[in-house]
Write a protein that binds this ligand. Structure first.
Ligand code: ZN
Length: 217
């Protein structure tokens, strides 16, 4: 007797919901999502409760620093509140994650700015109010540092060499040069000079070298 092949997916719905949610995380494919889901299923209740608790608090416990735009528990963040840092250098990163990675390797003793902005159309950047918000913050921050240090400010871009970051870098550079020409020097990380190089995937050593061998742009 032939047993009919039952192709119906018998995975419980809650597991499917969990794997579908996990799949949205960058770098997590369907297989990894299933593996994480089954890892979670096998954990004690106390672990899961703690995990759920952290997820619930994640957003409510974080704010944006009104000086550098990084996600932080305080405003100003601990870096902007630190008066001992060098006031003649500022690194512009695309995401808070990149700021934390740079702080970890202790290579930069100046300040930072997180230019968190999602580009939808490169031709419309300058008219987008969502772009104007971080730009206004950055111009204010640069103005403040110039006043405080009384010397030329080096503005260092830690951007990737992809289409989005390149388009954004050009627009920010234009706005900075228009307002502060002669008072600033604009440089960029070496990693952003290679086509296709992505700052998300570099190790600490490359990040450090990239900072040290930054070039004028
Ligand atoms: Zn800050």
């Amino acid at each position: 007797m032939n047993i009919p092949i039952n192709s119906k997916d018998v995975t419980p719905r809650i597991i499917k919901e969990l794997t579908n949610t996990l799949k949205l995380i960058p770098g997590i494919g369907p297989k990894s999502a299933r593996r994480i889901a089954f890892f979670l299923i096998n954990q004690p209740d106390s672990y899961l409760k703690n995990f759920a608790n952290i997820l619930t608090k994640l957003k409510s416990n974080l704010i944006r620093c009104s000086f550098c735009n990084v996600v932080s528990e305080t405003d100003p963040c601990s870096i902007c509140a630190d008066e001992q840092r060098e006031k003649n250098k500022i690194v512009i990163v695309r995401h808070s994650l990149h700021l934390f990675a740079l702080e970890q390797i202790k290579i930069h003793s100046g300040y930072y700015f997180v230019f968190d902005y999602q580009i939808f159309s490169a031709s419309e950047i300058t008219n987008d109010p969502e772009y104007k918000k971080p730009l206004k913050m950055l111009l204010k921050r640069v103005e403040y540092l110039l006043k405080e240090s009384n010397e030329k400010l080096e503005i260092i871009f830690a951007f990737s060499a992809n289409f989005e970051d390149e388009a954004l870098l050009l627009d920010i550079k234009k706005a900075l040069t228009e307002k502060f020409d002669g008072k600033i020097v604009i440089t960029r990380f070496a990693i952003g000079l290679q086509p296709g190089s992505d700052i998300d995937f570099v190790d600490e050593f490359t990040l450090e070298q990239s900072y040290k061998s930054r070039q004028k742009t």
